[in-house]
Structure formats: C-alpha cells, structure tokens
Design a protein. Sequence first.
Length: 306
Amino acid sequence: MKCFIFRLFILCLICLINTQAIARFKSPVAFILSSHGKNFYSSDGSNWEKIDRRTFVFPGQTIKTGPNGNCKIIFESFKYTKYIEKNSHVIIENDDIKVLSGNVKNQEKVFNILENIKRKFLCVQRYVSVPRSLKINKKIFNLPVSLVVCDNYPNLVWENCGPDYSYKLTIDKNIYDIQKSKQSIIKFKLKNIKPGEHSYQVEVMHNSTLYQKAKSKFYWLSEEEYKPILSKEKNLQLIDDKGFLLGNYLDDKGLKVAALDYYLNFFSLEYDNNLIPFIAKVYKELGLINILKQEVQKYNERLEEK
C-alpha cells in the first residue's frame, strides 16, 4: 500500500510539472522558489526549458542562469535557501548542488517546508477535481466549520450573497450590522476579543427579511500561542516568494483568512495554475463555494488549453 501511494505521488508530480522522461523514476529533492531573468533547466543536458514558474526539481537535472538571471531554490534536507547567481551552470544532486560554473550561496535560514508542500500536494488535488461538476445551490449560505484568528489576523470572512443583501453578525451576545456591499467577500475585523473559543452567527438579510443564516466558531489565539507561529512567519517573510509559502504555512495553522490574503497576493503577482489547488482548498474550507467553483472552472480551462 505504501509503495502504491509513493508511486502515485511521483506520477502526480510528473503530470504537474511536465518533466522529461528521466524524472519518472526519481523523487523531487528541491523546489524552485523564485526565478528572475532568463533561466533554463534540462533533464538530459540537451533539451532546455525556460524556468518561468515555481517547480519541483529532480536529481540529475541541470540549471543554467543567464547574464541577468538568478534562481532561489530550497532542498528538503537543507536549512537554508540556495541562491544560484547569474551566469551559473549547476547540476542538482540528491542533497546538494554541484557547481560547474558560476556561483551558488546560502541565503535565508528556513525550517523544513518542502516536505510539507510535497505531502500536501496530493491532498489538495481533490479541491479542483471533485468540485468540477459541483452544483451550487445559491440558497445555501456557508461558514467555515472552525477558524483561528488573532491580533495580527483578526478578520472573519464569508461569501456575499449579492449587492442586495445586508448581514447581522452575532458574536457571543454582541450584535453587529453589516451594510450591503458589491464585494464578492464580506470581511469583518474583530476587536476586543478574549483568547479562547467563541461562537458566532451570520444572518443574511434581504431588506428586513431573514434570507439565510449560519453558525460557526472561531478560536482567538493568545499572545503566547501566537509566538511560535510568528517566529516561523518572520522566517518565511525573508524569502521572496510573494506569499505562497506564508499562505501554505498559515493555512496549516488554521489561520485560513490570513492564508487566503497571502494566496490572493501571490496569484495577483504571479499566476501559476499548478498551485491553484492550494487556494481552492482554502476557499472550500472558508465556505466560499461560488468563488471556489469559478476558480475551478478557470483552472480546468487552462488545463485544457495546454
């Protein structure tokens, strides 16, 4: 069973990153975090492809950076990102980079994030495969099953039913009126919340008539609970990844609204269809079902264009 899962994982990775045949019997050992300028990689040393997106790399693959190029890469076994400088020619080995020409240096110290991304990859695929034929019932209003928030990330979100709807938010025994909006996502900033678990309810109002309502819970982190998260968060902020790694990390910690914000920033700057399943997962878990369906449709349309 374990052997089957391993082989399935490798097969999915191959489909994802469109590698050459040489990569089929190898597991990825590193992940390209960023690529600037003209950079290329090859699996056989003869056929070269431009590095224009984040991608996994395999042992034996070769990377060349141009006169105005550079790459940032992270290995599963390393505690640092590796920076491949301009005019460099390197070979990816099992746990290191062999420099043929040019220069490679250590940069930011990081905790083990590649293992997490690899493990998570198979899990998030279902969020862009199962919902493809999902039938959306607009009469159903969704909230996340649970949510983690804190001083640094104090927002609740839910999907806007339309510009003609307002909302009544009840947190514990406090009631807040939310005005109509044309935004697809309603965002409410929490204030003066004590650490611990809280119940909340959102009522969807059409004029003065109750249209739908939903209940959920959120957990407010204390400063002590947030400290270890903040430490790793600062560590990741040193990496120029435009928000993908931070989104992935905060999603794992239950801070899904914060994860969504970082993912949205990342995709606004660098749209990568291969990474859409990660944000699709967050859309689903936040109850943003119609937005999820739209994203899945775009994802599959781009796959069909290839």
